[in-house]
Design a protein. Structure first.
Length: 285
C-alpha cells in the first residue's frame, strides 16, 4: 500500500486541481457583491441519514483556501448522522467560505455516500471473519478521497493503483501464455527490479486454483465469479496456503453467503461506482 506521505500528496493534488477547476481566475459573484472585509459563519447541515465522511478533508480545503478560516466540529468522520444534524460551523472571511463551499460539499456528499454503503456491507458481515475491500473502480482524479471514505465506513483498501501491488487477472494470464508462466515471469521481474510488492492471482475455476497453488509466492487468490458451492470448494483447496478473496457482482443480497463460504475478503466495485450522494448543504448562519 502507499505511504501516508504519498496519500497526503494525492490529497494535495486533488485540492489544488479542484480549486483550479472551480475558481479559476476568481469567484466573480462573491467578489462583486460581498465586501472583501466581510466576515461570516456557515453550518454544514445534514439532510439525509447516513455515515458522515470528509470532515477532515473539508478542514484541509478550508485551510488551503484561507488559513484564517476556523472550523468548529460537532461530528467526526465515521459518525452516524440524521436529518437536521450540524456537522460543523466554519467562520471567517465570507468570500473564502463561498470559494470553498462547492468543493467541500461535492467531496463530503460523495465520501459520505461511500462510507454509508461500506458500513452497510460491513454490518452484513458481522460474526464472520470476512472483510470488505474496495477496488480500482473509482472516479478518475479523486481515488484517494473514495478509498479514504471506504476506510471511514469500516472497509479496507485493496491496492491503491497499478504500482503498489501485482494483480494477475484473466487477460494477463491469457497474454502471458498461462497461469504458471504469468506467475514465473512476474516473480522474475520483481526480483530483477528489486520491487517488493505482493502478488494476487485471479482464478476463473477450480482447475486454475489448483494450478496457482503449485506456484509459491502468491499472497492472495481472487476467486472470481464463483458459485457459493465452488467458493466453498476453493477455500477448502487453498486452506492456509494464502489468503482468499471473492469478487464478481457481489451485492447486499449475496455478500453474507459468500462470507459464510470462509473467504478472507470480499471486494466490491459497487462501494465506489454505484452510490447516491448523501444530501448535505452549507448554509449561512
Amino acid at each position: 500500500m502507499i505511504s501516508k506521505e504519498q496519500f497526503q500528496n494525492e490529497l494535495d493534488i486533488i485540492i489544488k486541481n479542484a480549486v483550479r477547476e472551480d475558481v479559476g481566475n476568481g469567484d466573480h459573484t462573491s467578489l462583486s457583491c460581498i465586501p472583501e472585509t466581510a466576515s461570516g459563519k456557515a453550518k454544514l447541515l445534514v439532510k439525509e441519514d447516513g455515515i458522515i465522511a470528509g470532515v477532515e478533508f473539508a478542514k484541509q480545503v478550508f485551510n488551503y483556501i484561507d488559513k484564517d478560516l476556523i472550523v468548529e466540529t460537532f461530528k467526526n468522520d465515521g459518525d452516524k448522522v440524521t436529518f437536521g444534524d450540524v456537522v460543523f460551523y466554519v467562520s471567517g472571511k465570507s468570500q473564502s467560505i463561498l470559494m470553498a463551499e462547492r468543493l467541500v460539499l461535492n467531496s463530503m456528499q460523495r465520501m459520505s455516500a461511500i462510507a454509508t454503503k461500506t458500513a452497510a456491507f460491513t454490518t452484513l458481515l458481522n460474526g464472520t471473519k470476512t472483510k470488505v475491500l474496495d477496488t480500482r473502480k473509482t472516479t478518475p482524479g479523486i481515488r484517494a478521497l473514495e478509498k479514504w471514505a471506504v476506510k471511514i465506513g469500516g472497509g479496507e483498501n485493496h491496492r491503491f493503483a497499478l504500482y503498489d501491488m501485482v494483480m494477475i487477472k484473466d487477460n494477463h494470464i491469457d497474454f502471458a501464455g498461462g497461469i504458471t508462466q504469468a506467475i514465473t515471469k512476474t516473480k522474475k521481474y520483481l526480483s530483477e527490479n528489486n520491487i517488493d510488492i505482493k502478488i494476487i492471482v485471479e482464478a476463473r475455476n477450480l482447475k486454475e486454483i489448483k494450478e496457482i497453488l503449485k506456484n509459491k509466492g502468491v499472497y492472495r487468490i481472487l476467486i472470481d465469479n464463483f458459485t457459493f458451492e465452488d467458493t466453498k470448494k476453493a477455500v477448502q483447496l487453498i486452506g492456509n496456503t494464502c489468503l482468499t478473496e471473492s469478487s464478481g457482482g457481489i451485492s447486499e443480497k449475496t455478500i453474507r453467503k459468500y462470507a459464510e463460504c470462509g473467504v478472507d475478503y470480499i471486494s466490491s466495485g459497487a462501494l465506489t461506482h454505484s452510490v447516491h450522494n448523501l444530501d448535505l448543504s452549507l448554509k449561512a448562519v
